[in-house]
Design a protein around this ligand. Sequence first.
Ligand code: C2O
Ligand code: CU
Ligand code: CU
Length: 584
Amino acid sequence: MEEGSSPDLEKYVQSLPIPEEREPDSRRWGVEHHEVEIQETTHSFHPDLPDTTIWGFDGQFPGPIIAGRRGRPLAVEVDNSQLPDEHLFEVDDDIDGTTTENYVGYDGEVPEVRNSTHFHGLNVPPESDGQADMWISPDGVEGPRRARDVQVLPNRQSRLTSTYHDHTRGLTRLNNYAGLVGPYYIRSREEKRLNLPDGEYDIPLVLADRSFDEDGSLQYPEMFMADVSGDTATVNGAAWPSLEVEPRRYRFRIINASNARTYDLGLDNDGSDAHGSVPTIHQISPGHGFLEEVVSIDHHGDLHSLVLAPFERADVIVDFSEYAGETFTVTNDAEFPYAGGMDTDHGGHDEDGDTDGGMGSMDMDGGMDMDMDHPQLPEIMQIRVADEVERPDTSVDPTDLTLPDRNGPDPDDAEVTREITMAMDTDENGLMIHTLNGNHWDDPVEIKPELGSTEIWEFVNDDHHTHPIHLHLVEFEVIDRVRHDDHDEMDGMDEDGMDHSMGPLPNERGGKDVVRVNPGETVRIAVQFGDFPGTYPFHCHVLEHEEHDMMRPFEVVAEDETDNPWRSCSDNPDRERSDKSGWG
Ligand code: C2O
Ligand code: CU
Ligand code: CU
């Protein structure tokens, strides 16, 4: 397949599709069961583009919304037996996980098509987590760590906007690009009481960049590349869609489901005769629970724009009531690959004395990537405000909204601090590789937090890319960001090269499971390791980085098995338990 640019597609000619919420297929022992089928099917991204073959949960891209309620377990069974035995894309077997030799203690077959579905951001026992080695092939070959087909999700945590997505070792980037990602929510009573815009006024926006061939097929490089971008913005599976809204308040759940692209989002007023202003984006949540306070995002707000790295989310409220008849563009200012908002195309980091090719230059991508220019995506979608509301808006005014308290982990409780460094190199095949603490996925587990304990993890990024780091199982608290280098081109850096520490960004003051670590930064998080013992991964959520090989395990150890009151939870999902955490 030849890399090239996608067919030119006219923007804003189709309306935004809105994924439906999935009805459970059955209820057993009082637990709602979802039976989701992974299907190869065709999907229309744009009326002028031929239909595209995708893989989708229930045959949809994005997959349907799966929603649980706080404290009520859900059971999900994902069936991939209908998939063909050949992948939609070229599988590069230089990437670990694609051949038997890559596995320690496994000598079975490694079929080309495999799936493991992860429910991102969930507090879940390891066997229901959908991890990299828990795959199954369409004809039933099972990866070494697969323990069950029905994944039980306790939902015993804060309200949530998140995703479920493929996590198969050696195939994550390809399976996600093929379409295997959908929204996952947990709703809570507390959330309901806030009187946020809901029903048809509560809309997920799943952002994913893609490239297409003339015949409509998805374009993905045949050989592994460490940073893959698409030149076409899609939202909820539609290229450059347009959404008609009423002049009232909306809640948007913005989910970045792109493989590698970070967005820096804002609104632009398109009208020349209009007053030119745009509504404020009021962010209420970074995914888990609620922020400390509502964060205003506009030119004069707490933040000027909304940055979302892969698999970060934002719950926001936008009030269009003063903007009847106006049209807005959702804009994106982020460069690709993302490096914390600095302009990488103009030799921003030149200390190695390389050419000014920025991130696309030879040293960065091991020669693989020299001619590949990474398209920017300055426009994402359009929003047109109708003249009138259909019914009066009785939802809460976000400027008067007091968000529920949360009590995240307290850094003062931490007895262990761990440092995790990020590095980039070229592997034995000449491919660009990123690592955590210089290790590979299969190296022995070095991180073993005690069940229930709080730790501080320090992520040190001396690399040139931003790495959005994700931990399974937990929601964590960002403590601070410290500049540890002396890149003088960075804003806010003193001439004397002194470290600068800043607290979390206003929209990081809440429960997070992905945190961006920018070049030259050390980011500290406080994390409490409940509720389940066992082995979980943490990784960069740029899927190409994760796959090669920026993913490592940590093992939560229960001092004593009897200490673990949750053991039976996964076997007995409907058992009544009292909430132990007070998280919103
Ligand atoms: Cu969203 Cu380990 O994944
Ligand atoms: Cu996850
Ligand atoms: Cu990364």
